[in-house]
Design a binder for this molecule. Structure first.
Ligand code: 6PG
Length: 242
């Protein structure tokens, strides 16, 4: 299966090139319209990309930032995806508070999901059943082939109708709030940043393995959707043809 992808010798290079790709999409949108929309993921891989983006010559005042998913923890928790972005991107780049649409994951999970769903509907002016079309969504994948907080065995990997859900992640013993496939697939552009030796095998399965999205959730989203570009370091891309 062919898909636009780039493999870089070093993780830092992959992170910076993915950051450049995202910034270019946002610049092109802001050249036409006042606002641009970006949804970001968390974990560990994005840190160098966020730090790079924060240092770039870029006017963030028109960019509205949302999250693909969040752990059910307070915003000051070391596990918080919001905290990662606040420390590495939002504060260093002085992104205005009104442009930051945090998942209020300190609330009970279902309530946090409902509030986030309402915020998406409000901001994008969604009619019932409509999906927000982000200008760009950034995602990663886990070693088990998860993406967002859609982990193997999660029935919501088949949900193309709803926007957001609270999901219990048994392996993490943790509630999470996550965008659902209908929103992720509606993005105009998707930037996938995948680094590390533990991603080599899942990447090969996602693109070359037999289709089994319940086992490899990232597979479903990789083979559908509008436009995705993948940025790998050498370790993550080692099992696929460059
Ligand atoms: C999260 C992320 C998640 C992440 C993958 C990869 O909340 O953890 O949103 O989907 O993209 O788990 O994480 P790493 O980059 O840490 O491997």
């Amino acid at each position: 299966m062919s898909f636009p992808h780039y493999i870089y010798p070093a993780t830092q290079q992959a992170a910076e090139q993915c950051g450049n790709y995202i910034l270019q999409i946002l610049r092109e949108k802001l050249a036409r319209e006042r606002k641009a929309t970006l949804a970001i993921s968390g974990g560990t891989t994005p840190r160098p990309m966020f730090e790079y983006m924060a240092k770039a010559r870029f006017d963030w005042s028109g960019v509205h930032i949302f999250w693909v998913d969040e752990r059910a923890v307070p915003p000051d928790s070391p596990q918080s995806n919001y905290r990662l972005a606040a420390e590495t991107l939002i504060r260093p780049a002085n992104i205005p508070d009104e442009n930051v649409h945090r998942i209020e994951a300190e609330l009970p999970p279902e309530e946090a999901a409902a509030k986030y769903r309402d915020e998406l509907a409000r901001f994008f002016g969604l009619a019932a059943g409509a999906k927000p079309e982000f200008d760009v969504i950034h995602r990663g994948i886990g070693p088990d082939g998860h993406t967002a907080s859609l982990f193997p065995g999660e029935p919501l990997i088949d949900d193309r109708e709803n926007l957001v859900a609270a999901v219990w992640v048994e392996k993490m013993k943790q509630w999470r709030i996550t965008m659902l496939p209908g929103v992720l697939l509606a993005a105009r552009e998707t930037a996938m940043l995948v680094c590390g030796a533990d991603k080599g095998e899942p990447v090969k399965i996602i693109f070359e393995g037999s289709l089994d999205p319940m086992k490899y959730p990232a597979q479903a989203l990789a083979r559908e959707g509008r436009s995705s570009v993948w940025f790998f370091d050498a370790d993550a891309g080692k099992l696929i043809a460059a």
